[in-house]
Design a protein around this ligand. Structure first.
Ligand SMILES: NC(=O)c1ccc[n+]([C@@H]2O[C@H](COP(=O)([O-])OP(=O)(O)OC[C@H]3O[C@@H](n4cnc5c(N)ncnc54)[C@H](O)[C@@H]3O)[C@@H](O)[C@H]2O)c1
Ligand SMILES: O=C(O)[C@H](O)COP(=O)(O)O
Length: 427
């Protein structure tokens, strides 16, 4: 019989990469998770593997790539959950994480306002040529001129992707007197006086400023190439604060050089430096009507603090209670305290017969099951069994061992609660 390894909360190893907010460490600490290492930046592959070794949970932002090779590496064998302390989760191979029994959590809302504000800032800065004039002034050159400078009032902003960020850009842009049109693959409720258009082509032909707010998917990869830029109005502007590979950067650079576009603002790039010490390279470097920002759309104190709290909370809920609410690659089961129970988590491939086998194992033992939960996605099944602690840990360990033998099992975990129902020990 395998008893499994017992970990108290303070033994759960948590590594946070990429300068995640101290607020996360505080939230972990308040919940009893004190073994937290906070690294200031993204690390190279070797350091990543070294830090992963023995880690139960890790936190990353957009730079750390958790590819199949990393997730399947021996160093990641203890990895129980991943927190993306940002919105995007495209840096993680989500299906592989799921089939390793590793739920991935993110913060889908916490930095959206920060991005929307930056986009509005970019819009005004571009249309008033603030950056080239400011840089000239720093060189002691006085460029007082109205040439090529415009108010945003009365102009049309075209938003591609009307989700959490796009819709907030819509509200802020309208408050400044802009007309808002948007294109989305889904029918979205228009906020204020915004209007949904039926094709991206229509939007590109109409808008004075085009702002991209789509996720990184195979469909959005290079969705703004030379052909699409050619459809844009002469002398219009493009903003990309979504993901770098949504735009073909060479095509954008060419459109700026030919003055087809009067300006652009770009916060995300197909290739971004892994750390602040690495040089930034892009075909857009040196084009002064392009505002370049180093992927700082969500980089505000407010956003980072909120993200730190939100994602740390989700990881704690998973570790302590097995709750997967908010996971992007896993069936969502909302679990809380359950006094005097031993909770078994069974993660399995979602294929016919697994559930029957689980029930057979449980049925073979005369036990009092206080709660049973099941959620599935297309690929993954997640069963939670709350067993009366009166049956004792030994007996439940036998059941766990048998459940681990069920064909299709990915992973099992055992959480033992105290009288208050806090699952303090993980085996
Ligand atoms: N620059 C930054 O620092 C920063 C910060 C946060 C988020 N982001 C990025 O911003 C993007 C949007 O974030 P969000 O929170 O608004 O996402 P969201 O999921 O709320 O919204 C995305 C919208 O895009 C739509 N969409 C998907 N595919 C599309 C397509 N092919 N054509 C048109 N519309 C499409 C969806 O239907 C959805 O409405 C993501 O890529 C995210 O990673 C960047
Ligand atoms: O996906 C996100 O939330 C943004 O791209 C921000 O990423 P960051 O946390 O690496 O700044």
């Amino acid at each position: 019989m395998t008893q499994g390894t017992v970990f108290n909360k303070e033994e759960i190893k948590i590594v946070l990469f990429e300068g995640i907010s101290q607020a996360a460490v505080e939230v972990f600490g308040q919940a009893g998770y004190t073994n937290v290492e906070l690294l200031p930046k993204a690390v190279d592959r070797e350091t990543l593997l070294a830090k992963l070794s023995g880690a139960h949970m890790i936190g990353i932002r957009s730079r750390t790539q958790l590819k199949q090779e990393i997730l399947e590496h021996e160093a990641a064998s203890r990895l129980m959950a991943v927190g993306c302390f940002c919105i995007g989760t495209n840096q993680v191979n989500l299906p592989v994480a799921a089939t390793r029994g590793v739920p991935v959590f993110n913060a889908p809302h916490s930095n959206t306002r920060s991005v929307a504000e930056l986009v509005i800032g970019h819009t005004i800065m571009m249309m008033r040529k603030v950056f080239p004039n400011s840089m000239a002034a720093h060189r002691k050159q006085w460029n007082k001129s109205a040439a090529g400078c415009y108010e945003v009032r009365g102009k049309t902003i075209g938003i591609i992707g009307y989700g959490h960020i796009g819709s907030q850009v819509s509200v802020l842009a309208e408050a400044m007197g802009m007309k808002v049109i948007y294109y989305d693959v889904l029918t979205k409720l228009p906020l204020g006086n915004a209007t949904q258009v039926t094709s991206m082509q229509e939007l590109l032909k109409t808008a004075d400023v085009v702002s991209l707010h789509v996720p990184a998917t195979p469909e959005t990869k290079e969705m703004m190439g030379a052909e699409e830029i050619a459809l844009m109005r002469e002398g219009s502007y493009l903003i990309n604060a979504s993901r770098g590979n949504v735009v073909v950067v060479d095509a954008l650079a060419e459109a700026i050089r030919s003055e087809k576009l009067l300006g652009a603002a770009v916060d995300v790039f197909p290739k971004e430096p892994a750390s602040n010490t690495e040089a930034f390279e892009s075909p857009l470097v040196g084009l002064e009507s392009v505002i370049l920002t180093p992927h700082i759309g969500g980089s505000t104190q407010e956003a980072q603090r909120n993200i730190g709290r939100e994602v740390a909370g989700k990881l704690i809920n998973y570790c302590t209670h097995g709750s997967t609410i908010g996971a992007v690659n896993f069936p969502g089961v909302n679990l809380t305290h359950s006094p005097n129970t031993i909770r078994l988590l069974h993660i399995h491939h979602n294929r016919p017969g697994v559930l029957q086998k689980i029930n057979d194992v449980v049925g073979d033992h005369a036990i009092n099951v206080l709660g049973q939960y099941l959620r599935t996605t297309e690929d993954i099944g997640f069963v939670v069994l709350d067993i009366d602690a009166a049956h004792g840990r030994e007996k439940v360990s036998v059941i766990r061992d048998q459940l681990s033998e069920v064909p299709g099992t990915i992973r099992t975990r055992k959480l033992v609660s105290d009288e208050e129902g806090d699952h303090t020990i993980l085996e």
